[in-house]
Design a protein around this ligand. Sequence first.
Ligand code: ZN
Length: 280
Amino acid sequence: MKRFLWLLLACSTPLLAQRPEHTPDVPVEKWTGKTILLIGAHADDDALSHGTLALLEAHGNQVFVVTLTTGNVGTQDPNLSRTQLAGIRRAEELAALAELGIPGDHYINLGYDDGLLEFEDRKAVVENLGRWIRKLRPNVLMAWDPGKNYQRWHKSDHRAAAYLAADAARAAMWRLLFEGQITQEGLKEYMVPEYLFYNDYDHDDENISVDISDFAEKKINAFSKYVSQYGPGWKNYKANLSDAEIQQQKDDARTRVRMKDGKAFEGFRYYKGLPDGLGK
Ligand SMILES: [Zn+2]
């Protein structure tokens, strides 16, 4: 029996040693001097993390947001064209990021069509995203969670964005993948060391929560900028809301802030290690 136990220990120890770490060495609330890159499918995907982004920006980190699509489809207003909607979504995103203290030139839109991300040329998208990862060399990549619960998500663009971000992180670390970026564009291969994955539907995979109490108001103000996506602008867009409508937008945004023990928080699945294991 004893021998069996030793055998069991000997077999399991290497496995335990290889388990990915689920807690950052330094709590997110104390991060400083890091470069953070958030990848999302649509303008407002980053809203799930706005409290954390505002906190990180205020604490001396550099925050960049890459949005894959222009958001040129999601409206119920019969009078908006795709071009108009894309322009509105860009302006709203810049206004939201400004509320968080994130400069406009830290917003990058890759221009893919809303609703069809998973039908794009995956190799081209991964190359495109990988280029930004190699350029910005983020200490932390934030993305839709490609983990085990992804299949229950409602939107195909979110599933696609989760995989594309993960695949781009993996591709960026190999010198011989998309090597023209290295031989022709002056970039270097890069391995993202840490990840924060967000999810709007199933929070079972979350392993850390970030206290955003001091930044909840910024999160609410930023969310109220998505006029074409929530409130009266969803069905009948107008650029300028009345004071009462703005207040209603903020009240709605407040109901979306997650609370625990009286404190506002955002939850994430934290991962550290090789990108190959980030979906496990
Ligand atoms: Zn979205």
